[in-house]
Design a protein around this ligand. Structure first.
Ligand SMILES: Cc1cc2nc3c(=O)[nH]c(=O)nc-3n(C[C@H](O)[C@H](O)[C@H](O)COP(=O)(O)OP(=O)(O)OC[C@H]3O[C@@H](n4cnc5c(N)ncnc54)[C@H](O)[C@@H]3O)c2cc1C
Length: 378
């Protein structure tokens, strides 16, 4: 049985956030800003956040030219520009909350690579996109810088489009910095707390959590519950929002002396992405090779995709360098149909947030603020 002390002081909260990734932590901070006296607790199933937030590539990006051209075809110019500006605004909010040094933010630029067998993006399209984004950024966002292809040492690349306003971070240090802030504000993050069910009644929400030692589930109660479990815990979200899980494969090389490559890069419509971290390369992607297997919320290495990442490393990124891989891992993303973040009431006392489609670093702070608005009564 739970003790009297545990029940009396630890289980009743004003706001519970389920899921301690970037969005859950950001939402808890925004709730505290809006309601400083609220007792807030984040329930996280893992020892660390165990979905995407500590397993991503650390790109702090907001716009890719090819992606925008695709979005324009489907959703129109206005929606495509809005999505890019929303991501940029989200990044600004993140940088207001967490200092650049604490999360090792470096504005080394974003680079889109067009491979030999792909279609180049025309000068007319680049200038159309720059015009579209000008009201938000007051400068050109995209420029073609093909002269850099040789200096980076790439093979099989025919066009490089540069976005000077994008950066990269250390994803572990971002979570550490958020934890420090959370602790300083008296918000409690409970790790190893898997939420089994959420039931709402007229006066409160009951949140059941697995207790690994007692053999008895713990009953938390809260006035409001925010659900930030991304594509995981589908059982908690069933019938509430349509989020599809998608696994992403990543590798990191051993350090390499004299690495010339700096910044964040992507190609093949963003299916492949790589960056430097100090003198290592992080490379991820390749989901398109085996989508059926990768549409899963289970962690795991997909050998077919990891082999292809090895090929990309050796044939495209570092064709003249001997390179050893030091780490390989996977993370779980969430996808929705229209790529837009979601904040949605799913009861009188519950709301769901979702940052979407591999852009959580840019979107979590803004989405967390919007979700907090749904959880804090005005
Ligand atoms: C390989 C990869 C590369 C990526 N690269 C980038 C990038 O470069 N730039 C970028 O902006 N974005 C990137 N992303 C996406 C980004 O990481 C996500 O958008 C962001 O982390 C989502 O944050 P979140 O808090 O919504 O989800 P998550 O980080 O997935 O957090 C959800 C949390 O809920 C917890 N949880 C689930 N079920 C329960 C339960 N029942 N009880 C309690 N807790 C539960 C999970 O353990 C998890 O910690 C990448 C993602 C992956 C996987």
């Amino acid at each position: 049985m739970l003790s009297y002390w545990e029940k009396d002081a630890l289980c009743a909260q004003d706001v519970i956030i389920v899921g301690g990734g970037l969005l859950g932590l950001s939402t808890a901070l925004s709730v505290k800003e809006k309601s400083p006296r609220a007792r807030i607790c984040v329930l996280e199933r893992g020892v660390f956040p165990s979905g995407a937030s500590t397993r991503n590539a650390g790109f702090a990006c907001f716009a890719k030219a090819a992606e925008m051209l695709g979005d324009i075809k489907i959703q129109g110019e206005k929606a495509a520009a809005k999505l890019a500006s929303q991501r940029a605004q989200g990044l600004k909010l993140l940088r207001n909350r967490i200092s650049d040094s604490a999360m090792e933010y470096e504005e080394l630029g974003g680079h889109e690579l067009i491979l030999i067998d792909e279609t180049e993006i025309s000068a007319a399209d680049i200038s159309m996109l720059n015009e579209l984004l000008h009201p938000y950024f007051e400068q050109d966002v995209f420029s073609v810088q093909n002269e850099k292809i040789a200096s980076f040492g790439f093979a099989g690349v025919k066009q490089l489009i540069h976005n000077p306003l994008e950066g990269q971070i250390h994803s572990g240090k971002l979570i550490s910095a958020l934890w420090r802030l959370i602790n300083a504000l008296g918000i409690r993050v409970i790790t190893g707390a898997e939420v089994l069910s959420i039931e709402e009644n007229a006066n409160y929400v009951e949140v059941m959590v697995k207790h690994h030692q007692l053999g008895e589930d713990i009953r938390f109660t809260a006035g409001q519950v925010g659900i930030c479990t991304n594509a995981l815990a589908i059982n908690l979200l069933i019938d509430k929002v349509a989020i599809q899980p998608g696994r992403g494969q990543v590798l990191v090389t051993q350090p390499m002396r004299g690495l010339a490559l700096e910044g964040a890069f992507h190609f093949n419509e963003g299916y492949y992405y790589f960056r430097n971290h100090e003198d290592r390369i992080l490379l991820g992607g390749g989901r398109n090779l085996d989508k059926e297997t990768e549409n899963t919320s289970e962690f795991g290495i997909n050998q077919k995709i990891q082999d292809d990442l090895d090929r990309v490393l050796k044939e495209i990124i570092l064709p003249n360098t001997k390179v050893e891989v030091d780490y390989r891992w996977s993370g779980i993303m969430g996808f929705s149909e229209n790529k837009m973040p979601i904040t949605q009431k799913v009861g009188n006392r519950q709301a769901v947030g979702f940052t979407c489609n591999g852009m959580g670093i840019s979107l979590a702070t803004l989405t967390g603020e919007q979700l907090a608005d749904l959880l804090v009564s005005k």
